[in-house]
Design a protein around this ligand. Structure first.
Ligand code: NAD
Length: 482
């Protein structure tokens, strides 16, 4: 007998313990070679005073095992509780969120019978970092962070996933017609990496029309990679239109760990009644087995699950008169899967996982270390003020001998020197200062001097951004003007 693979298991809250019990029985019966280490996370832990819902000692168990199989948890009502999922993903560097969205027609209702799409969502960056500030009476802002190593890791992952799973195409969604620098970087790196995989087709869509196409004709897509927030939204849309939001599992993969879970929540109203559908967690455990290289068990369990669905043995949430044959509870569904181990579906497509898999390559993307020629050429100072543009311009223009005010913007629109009467302005102003010499360098000392003058003039500055050029290319956006 080969050495067992240690995994961490959390039973979670609500329906969690029931669906986990069914899943673990199937894993054992399906020949998965696992050593289970149970931990407690979720509601009880939150209420004991741990605001991320996880005890410090649990991190060690997760670290010392090869994978974390997690049932859904209940986040207690009220403020002050951090999302456990986000904490686990970001703390452990689980940068790739993988969600297969598959239709099981005609056995489960779907709008798109042929749908078989995998969404690969970046998991650590973007607006999801949750870095937000209230800056003035009326205005809050959030930071969208997109780094080169972050893009490289997730985009390479998407291509490696496609290669390992014999998928033919990788599509990238971004909004780089508007977010030219941040989403622009994601798109640019996608193009660079796509070249390294000549046998895999690649394409890019602006996320709005891409999302519309995904909802309308998902057959056009195979693997789709995108930044965090778009991925968050569109992976739910994709799972829903596949007809299987209650059935989908997802993987969160990083270099130092991996977490697997169903995409649904803890359904507290269904808890303790033996009615919940364990399929999402069962399919998540199949993703885990493939990740661990336990492909024979994964294939066995996945095909048995497909056969159960095909035989019409359904829990209440997917039961349909005329299609379903037998309404079952959580335990009975699990037993039905166990009874079908070794069988394959006849009408649904069976799965095949390579018996001696090559481990999928995970890339270690480090900070590039490259040193571009970086030159600071100005500064944008954001100001909280309730004044007319004219009076602000007067005050701001006379502050510095060395830096000149070149423009004032409001919500990305230039309002000085040119102004349009109709432009609606809020109480956050972006005031751009450049060197007196055209294109000349601006020092940190000059910027600090400017801010000092603002202090003396009683100007409420709330945020600054240095304007830099890298190897001659501007690293800042230019506001829209008339
Ligand atoms: P939910 O997914 O728990 O429930 C939505 C609906 O789907 C409910 O009608 C529920 O009964 C049904 N449902 C969900 N899973 C089912 C299953 N396996 N079998 C049968 N029916 C199922 O979403 P919610 O009600 O918005 O959230 C409930 C709790 O779950 C909240 O505390 C939320 O924070 C938490 N949650 C946790 C996770 C997670 O741990 N990953 C994810 C989402 C929500």
């Amino acid at each position: 007998m080969t050495k067992k693979i240690p995994i961490t298991v959390a039973e979670g809250d609500g329906i969690g313990p029931e669906i986990m019990a069914a899943t673990l029985r199937i894993l054992e019966a399906g020949g998965a070679n696992l050593e289970i280490h149970k931990v407690e996370i979720g509601e009880k832990v939150y209420l004991s005073g741990e605001n991320a819902g996880i005890q410090p000692k649990t991190w060690d168990t997760i670290r010392n095992t090869k994978a974390f199989l997690k049932a859904p948890i209940t986040t207690p009502q009220g403020g002050g509780f951090k999302s456990l999922n986000v904490t686990v993903r970001t703390s452990l560097g689980l940068y790739a969120n993988v969600r297969p969205c598959v239709a099981y027609a005609p056995f489960i209702g779907t709008k798109h019978p042929g749908m078989d799409v995998v969404i690969v969502r970046e998991n650590e960056e973007d607006l999801y970092t949750g870095i937000e500030y209230r800056q003035s009476e009326d205005t809050v802002h959030a930071l969208k962070i997109i780094s080169r190593p972050g893009c490289e890791k997730i985009i390479r992952y998407a291509f490696e996933y496609a290669k390992a799973n014999k998928r033919k195409k990788v599509t990238c969604f971004t909004k780089d017609n508007i977010l030219k620098l941040s989403d622009g970087q994601f798109h640019k790196i996608f193009e660079e990496i796509a070249h390294e995989y000549p046998t895999i087709e690649n394409e890019h869509w602006i996320v709005d029309i891409g999302a519309a196409k995904l909802a309308d004709t998902p057959e056009m897509f195979d693997v789709v990679v995108m930044p965090n927030l778009y991925g968050d939204i569109l992976s739910d849309v994709a799972a829903q239109i596949a007809g299987s939001v209650g059935l989908a599992g997802s993987a969160n993969i990083g270099e130092h760990g991996a977490m697997f879970e169903a995409i649904h929540g803890s359904a507290p109203r269904r808890a303790g009644q033996n009615v919940a559908n364990p399929s999402g967690l069962i399919l998540a455990s199949v993703l885990m087995l493939v990740h661990l290289g336990e492909n024979t068990a994964a294939e066995n369990i996945h095909n048995a699950w497909l056969k159960t669905i095909e035989d019409g043995v359904h829990t209440y949430d997917i039961f349909k008169d005329g299609i379903s044959k037998k309404l079952v509870g959580t335990k009975e569904f699990g037993q039905a899967v166990i009874d079908r181990l070794g069988k394959k579906p006849e009408r649904l497509k069976s799965v095949k996982y390579d018996a001696s898999p090559e481990k999928m390559k995970l890339y270690t993307a480090k900070a590039t270390g490259k040193k571009s020629d970086k030159k600071t050429v100005g500064v944008d100072v954001f100001i909280d003020a309730n004044e007319s543009v004219e009076s602000m311009q007067k005050k701001l223009s006379s502050l510095s001998q060395e830096l000149i005010l070149t423009e004032i913007g409001n919500r990305g629109v230039r309002v000085w020197p040119e102004t349009m009467q109709e432009t609606f302005c809020i109480d956050q102003w972006r005031c751009r200062y450049m060197s007196k010499e055209k294109g000349g360098a601006v020092s940190h000392k000059q910027i600090a001097g400017l801010l000092g003058k603002m202090v003396e003039a009683g100007i409420d500055f709330i945020h600054t951004e240095n304007l830099c050029i890298f190897d001659g290319v501007p690293g800042f956006s230019t506001p829209q003007g008339k």
